[in-house]
Design a protein around this ligand. Structure first.
Ligand SMILES: [Fe+2]
Length: 389
């Protein structure tokens, strides 16, 4: 290997395992928290999960306030409302409980409490955050986004309904409590979509131009785990082993892409989650991933061949033949877990392709994609995804 250089750092303390949620009170105290601001959504608030967490915090004599107004694709206005409440209640630690929306909202609220200048939109972009946020603890209840250890908070601008992203090392949660038992009640469709998000993270990270032996090892193991467990997790939600392996896979993919960034699928998923299109993030990735892989294939034939083998395919006669099997494996997985297979079937309009491609071209993820792409290439990928089988 020529001149190997890399930096690898995960500042988040990861506490993984069934019933690890019992650690929450102790960890809040460890961070010096006297009053916790819990950020979540109505689904979690009405499930047994929040009751359980309230019980744990009461037992540990931790004062807390609950903000359960996080919506899918959370709006900047929701963040500002949560921030005012957190300040009004003098909370000193923020806990995000839920999927990507709740964890990303927790990050943005924790940031906004200590960064009061301007509006939330002034912090959109990379490294615009000046002051240290309140300490953040992330508690994922889905296995996909890996927001529990990334630097990003992805939100929606209420003025034009575009997706916006705040990226800063300061937004990385201090602690992630990853308890597979909290993912058991996730419905099959959410399990399928979030699982495809995790798989897209792993695949895109694996083939980037900046992947290192460490990120590749993490991404490949994530791909193996998802290929072996996502069908089971969707088919039988109570399968603790499948749930454990999916949460682990999501975490490993997050560790990888935290260092590499992603690719075309994630560049397209941002506008596909914007405006009136508003596809769930994992579904947007699943719909375009096979066609992004077809386009990218010449850029990293070896990488896609290794992905095919990790997904359980046998090697073909040539490297290209093996690499092509990765696309076949992805399409079969999407079919088995019951997700829609083309943009047409979810109501995305061809008239929107131009503005979707235009918006996607702004994504930093394209800089590490294995094949250089132009706006016309993205439109061709969208056309293939529209008719996809
Ligand atoms: Fe993602």
């Amino acid at each position: 290997m020529e001149n190997l250089n890399f930096i690898f750092s995960i500042p988040t303390v990861i506490i993984f395992g069934c019933d690890s949620i019992r650690e929450l009170g102790r960890r809040i105290k460890e961070l010096g928290g006297a009053k916790a601001f819990i950020v979540t959504d109505k689904g979690i608030a009405n499930s047994g999960i929040l009751e359980r967490i309230k019980g744990i915090l009461s037992e540990d004599r931790i004062d807390f306030v609950i903000f359960d107004e996080v919506e899918p694709n959370p709006l900047d206005t929701t963040i500002e409302k949560g921030t005012d409440l957190a300040i009004g209640d003098s909370c000193d630690v923020v806990i995000g409980i839920g999927g990507g929306s709740s964890m990303d909202s927790a990050k943005a609220i924790a940031m906004r409490v200590t960064n009061r200048g301007g509006t939330l939109l002034d912090y959109v972009g990379v490294n615009k955050v000046k002051n240290k946020p309140l300490p953040i603890i992330a508690v994922p209840t889905t296995s996909g986004t890996a927001s529990e250890l990334t630097i990003f908070s992805v939100l929606t601008n209420s003025k034009d309904m575009t997706k916006i992203s705040i990226g800063s090392d300061l937004l990385t949660p201090k602690i992630a409590i990853c308890d597979p038992m909290l993912t058991v009640s996730m419905p099959p469709s959410v399990t399928a979509m979030t699982g495809m998000d995790a798989l897209t993270h792993a695949i895109e990270s694996y083939v980037t131009t900046v992947a290192t032996p460490v990120t590749k090892a993490l991404a490949l193991e994530s791909i193996r785990l998802i290929a072996g467990n996502l069908r089971r997790a969707v088919s039988r939600g109570e399968d603790i082993q499948a749930r454990t392996n999916m949460l682990l896979a999501s975490l490993l993919a997050g560790m990888a892409f935290r260092h590499t960034r992603l690719g075309i699928a994630h560049a397209l998923a941002m506008p596909l989650g914007s405006w009136d299109i508003r596809l769930p993030h994992g579904l947007a990735n699943a719909l375009v991933l096979p066609y992004v892989m077809e386009f990218n294939l010449p850029g990293n034939l070896e990488g896609y061949a290794e992905i095919a083998v990790a997904m359980g395919e046998s090697p073909g006669d040539t490297l290209r033949e093996t690499a092509l099997k990765s696309i076949k494996a992805i399409k079969e997985l999407i079919m088995d877990i019951g997700l829609p297979r083309n943009l047409k079937s979810v109501g995305v309009r061809k008239e929107d392709f131009d503005r979707i491609a235009e918006e996607a071209m702004k994504s930093g993820n394209l800089t590490v994609n294995p094949r250089v792409c132009k706006k016309e290439d993205l439109i061709s990928i969208l056309e293939a995804s529209y008719e996809g089988e």
